[in-house]
Design a binder for this molecule. Structure first.
Ligand code: SF4
Ligand code: FES
Length: 250
């Protein structure tokens, strides 16, 4: 395959970026999208040019690092697929592919296609855990959990924190991510004890990070590589409302 690329190049967060054109020939349809970038970077290095900076770690759809906006869609054209699991056979010979970083104020560009997603870490630090104040963590099998509840928690726990939901949202909202992290704990007995405090703290941190509000358009769920359901946002709203009513009554 012969491919034309338009890639966002940006030296650092202080310097303005621009699209740069590249051409690649003999691209195998069985290459992953990141392998295609490896080939491009090798060619750039041979020519003495700066390789394109991009994030990746597992290359197995697990770590959520491979944040690329491809032809106007986070993680590219396939449903339920991360950039690292996307293959060149999803494109046609002669295609022009436009690749940009996530665009959101809360995810500043570090370099080229790499953005800073520490805002997500700070949302988790605000409450995305179960407190264990004495002794060690109880054995997971001590508390029996009905199958449907465990499945619901696992559905939410599939979120890999990639940030595609934020990139897809016209408001750059982090509601789907935050909702998944709240849901996976709220439905389990171990996490239920702190469910309201957790919702209050994580939403406050989400707002403090500069993410936008949710207008329930649903682009986040459509573009999420793990197909996290909007139902979790509904649960987050219930948890948050409950927390606010409880603290007002107190
Ligand atoms: S909800 Fe989906 S799109 Fe958002 S961070 Fe989690 S896995 Fe990525
Ligand atoms: S590199 Fe880990 S999910 Fe893509």
């Amino acid at each position: 395959m012969n491919i034309a690329l338009k890639v966002w190049r940006q030296k650092n967060s202080q310097t303005p970026g621009k699209m740069v054109d590249y051409k690649l020939s003999d691209v195998s349809p069985d290459m992953s999208f990141l392998e295609m970038f490896d080939v491009l970077n090798e060619e750039l290095s041979h020519k003495g040019e700066e390789p394109v900076a991009f994030d990746h770690d597992c290359r197995e759809g697990i770590c959520g690092m491979c944040s690329m906006y491809i032809n106007g869609r986070p993680h590219g054209p396939e449903t339920g697929t991360t950039t690292c699991q996307l293959h060149m056979r999803s494109f046609n010979d002669g295609d022009t592919i436009v690749v940009e970083p996530w665009r959101a104020r809360a995810f500043p560009v570090i370099k080229d296609l790499v953005v800073d997603r520490e805002a997500f870490d700070r949302i988790i630090q605000a409450g995305g855990y179960v407190s264990v104040n004495t002794g060690s963590a109880p054995d997971a099998n001590d508390i029996l959990i009905p199958r449907e509840i465990a499945d619901e928690a696992m559905d939410a726990a599939q979120c890999i924190g990639c940030g595609a939901c934020v990139a897809a949202c016209k408001n750059a909202s982090a509601m789907l991510f935050t909702a998944a992290k709240i849901s996976q704990l709220a439905v389990l007995p171990q996490g239920h004890a702190e469910h309201q405090l957790r919702a209050e703290r994580m939403v406050a941190q989400m707002d403090a990070e500069g993410f936008g509000a949710c207008s329930f358009t649903g682009a986040c769920s459509v573009e999420c590589p793990k197909s996290i359901s909007l139902d979790h946002i509904a649960r987050l709203n219930r948890e948050y409302l409950g927390a606010k009513l409880a603290s007002n009554n107190a």
